[in-house]
Every structure is written in structure tokens, then in C-alpha cells.
Design a protein around this ligand. Sequence first.
Ligand SMILES: Cc1cc2nc3c(=O)[nH]c(=O)nc-3n(C[C@H](O)[C@H](O)[C@H](O)COP(=O)(O)OP(=O)(O)OC[C@H]3O[C@@H](n4cnc5c(N)ncnc54)[C@H](O)[C@@H]3O)c2cc1C
Length: 490
Amino acid sequence: MANASQPLQKKKNLQTCRRHGNARRLLKCRSSSSSSSSRFTVDDLPPRDVIIVGGGAHGAATAHELSSQQRGASRKVSLAVVESSLTPAHSRSSSGGESRIFRLTDTKSHYASMAFEALPLWRELERQSGAELLRTTGCLDIVDEQSLEDALRTSESAGATVETLTGDEIAKRTQGAINLKSLETRYGGIYERSGGINNPKTVMNSYYRLLREKYKQRVKVLSGHSLIELEDYGSSFSLLLKRHNPGMLEAPFARISCEQLVFTAAAANPLLMSRFFGWRSLRESCVIQKMSYGFWRVQDLSRKAMEQIPVWRLLPSQEDQSRSIKDGGVVRCYGFPIHEHDGFSKVAPHDLHTSIPYPAEDSDLLFLAQGERKPDDDILRDVHESVVSRMLGGKLEFAADGAHSCLYTVTDDREFVLDYVPGVERGRAVVSICCQGSGFKHTPLIGSAIRDMVMMHGGDLVGAGGVVNLNLFRADRESLGGGDKVAAKL
Ligand SMILES: Cc1cc2nc3c(=O)[nH]c(=O)nc-3n(C[C@H](O)[C@H](O)[C@H](O)COP(=O)(O)OP(=O)(O)OC[C@H]3O[C@@H](n4cnc5c(N)ncnc54)[C@H](O)[C@@H]3O)c2cc1C
């Protein structure tokens, strides 16, 4: 165990790296760079107990949970967060931008329960950071009247207090900003008052500030470092990191070792798992979806009303979704009040996307060229015609420069992956991927679930004190190709 209070080396040790002869298993040496990687200058960094690869929202939350909850704990751990990007909340991660819906309503009740448990954790984080991380607006699920009962039951079973509203009541409460009359089917709503907007930029800045200031004795944040090679020595791992912006006295590479690893590299995780652990079926069962979203300019008339509407989701009937747009079809989507950009409202489709295949061999998802990330204008036009111009009273006009895109990694079953890495001795490596488009709201809860997995070191899994049902997120489930097959291959 590395000594948590071990002082950081003042002067970095520049040396020529040689492979350790006693490596139990060289997990991967990049074939294209193997000649250069056998002899090059690296900085040897002091070892850590736990290293978190990927410092997006979930990695930062894990580091925060591991460092903040150690007072009185029997085991104290030293940490490093390895993050490719130089700045948190960068636009190519999933945790960029300034708006994510927080809601206690969900068609899958376990996610609703998890959001319910995450709510007090968000408030606690706000207390610690002194910043507003979750703006409460209420959340309105708009569903066809026949499905209202079902939606109500699901929400209530997760513990949310909700009320049902008719279309007229919605129009009245939103001062006409949401008007359902021009939709073919009769729609109503489920309103839940604790829903709102998480601001990823503020959340990420808050986490990083806490890690760098309050917990700096325990956590080393290695921004601008990418994991490129990994070796397993049985009781420890050795990581080779590439520096994206080395300082004057730094080598272009760094090596660091640890006892336990946590992989929160999101979309890059399937690639890292495939390269380092031979877990290919994960990559094969994941798909990257490009989602486009837009900002609509709000005209003066409805501006005041649009500032005060709740966050909303429109869940159209099967019939409305299957009709073409010109025949009155409706796109499943969600939207925000005026929030991120002054005078603009953000609206995004739920299911319309372009699928992008995973690349064969590359750990760094920054691989996607700018062109591939271009938002799909056709999709946004459908959103505009079927929803914005009808349901939002025709008072919103699409801003030409307001289109954006982001990437989700999803599995067939749209469930998280949160487990120990198959084939590695239980407890030594944890992998977490939020395989759907609504993982931000669970961020502090995911952090505490991973904390438990690390601290239990492979013992009985408790998942944030039993709140997160880790059985649903197992690595060996059939939809991921089965972990037993993975272990057998290793
Ligand atoms: C546009 C958009 C809208 C969304 N809307 C919602 C919403 O309304 N509500 C909601 O709850 N959720 C929403 N989500 C989902 C939510 O934002 C994500 O689930 C969440 O941000 C995932 O965080 P993460 O830490 O897992 O991933 P990321 O933030 O992507 O972090 C992974 C990090 O790993 C780093 N990395 C990758 N490879 C390496 C490597 N080799 N070495 C070191 N570091 C590496 C990357 O640089 C990155 O910073 C949305 C997502 C997007 C993109």
C-alpha cells in the first residue's frame, strides 16, 4: 500500500524507461509505437493506491467521494485522476455544456429511484462548493392521455410526488408557452416539482476546485494526460501516460503505478477494455450515437413565460411517433426554459440519431473528426416542424448557429455498466460506463457506488449503501456478450 502521506517528489525523475522483467502480464503495448515505447524519457510519478482513468463527471465524482469520506475510515487511500483534456467539462466529453435535465421521473423505475437518492447528494455538494449545481424548475412529462395512468404509477412507485395536469392546465400554468392543442392526440402531463437543470460546467469546476484545493493532500489531478499503456504485475498496475502539453521540466511521458484502477473514461472505455483486458465483446455490443440538439431564439412576446417553464419531456404515443412529420407525426424530445444562452431555449430529440461504428483500435475518442460530429440539420428540422413550431406556440424561431451535437455510447439494453473488470482479480479494477443519455443526474451517486466498490476491495457489493442495484449493471450480462466468455478468453 502506498503511504497516503508520502510527499510528492520535488524534482521529477527523468530517466530512460525499460520494461520490468517481472511483469506478470503486459496488458498492451501499442504496436505502432512499440519501438519508441521501449526507450524514451518518462517521469516516474509517486505511486498511488487508486488511479481513476477519465476525469469527466463520473471520474471527478468518484475522486471526490473517495477523498471526502475518509474521516474516521479504517482505510485511507491516495488517489490520482488521469484525464486527457487540459480543462474540465471540455466539449468533446459527455460532461460539457451548461444544461442537463435532472428528473425523478423515468420509465425505468430503478433510474427514478437512483435520481431520488442522488438529489440530497447534489444538495450536499452544493453546500460544500458554495455553487448552484441544480436549478429547480420542476419537470413536466408530457404524455398522451391514455398513458397518463401508467406514467403516474411508475413515478409514484419510485417515491416521487407528482400531479397530473390536463393540456389546458399546462397552457395556463406556462402562460401559453406550452400549448398542446395543435397536436393530433390529446396530451396531458405529469408534473414533479424537484426536477430541474444540472449545470455540468459549474459541477465540473466545483469538483476540480475541491479536489485541487480541499483534498490536494490526497488527490493528484493529472490533466492533459492520456493512458496509453498498461501493465499488470499481479498486485499492482503500471500505467504509461502521454502528456499533451508537457511543461519545460517535464518529459512527454509519465509512468505511475497503483493497486486499484477505476475506468470512468466513458466512450473510450470499450476501447480500453478491449485493448488492455481482451474484453472485445463489450466494444462489439456498444454503439456510438450522435445526437443533435439546437437552441431556439425566443421572441419577446413569450420570453418571460419561457424563462419560467419547467424542464419538459414529450413522450408521444406510438401512433404519433410512427406518422410522418407532414402527417402530424411527433418527435420524442425534451427541452429547457431559457437557461444556457440568454434569450434561447434548448430542445433536443430523444431517439433520432446517427450511429457511428467504434473504431477498431484506438483508446482516444478524440479520434472523431470534426466533420463526423457535425449536427444533423434534417433531424433538427423535424424537431422544429413537429414540436417547436406547434407545441411551443410557434413563438420560437430556430437560430442558424444554434445547432450542436454530442456522442452517447449505448448498449442494446440501455443500462449502465458498473462492475469489476472481468478476468482481473476481483476488486482490483472497476469499470463504469453510463450507456444512455441521462447519466449526469446520477453523478454523485455513481461516485459513491464506485467508492464502495473500491473500498470493499471485491467484498460484498453494496453500491452506494445498497441504493444502486449493481446486479442490473453487471459486466457479464448477455447483452454485453457474457463475462464468463470474457474470462475464459483471458
Ligand atoms: C448533449 C448531451 C446531453 C445530455 N443530456 C443529459 C440530460 O439531460 N440529463 C442527464 O442526466 N444526462 C444527460 N447526458 C448524459 C450525461 O451528460 C453523461 O452521462 C455524463 O456526462 C457522463 O459523464 P462521464 O464522466 O461518464 O463521461 P465524460 O464526461 O465523457 O468523461 C470521460 C472522460 O474520459 C477522458 N478520457 C478518455 N480516454 C482517456 C484516456 N485514454 N486517458 C485519460 N482520459 C481519457 C475524456 O477526456 C473524458 O473527459 C447528456 C449527454 C450529452 C452528451
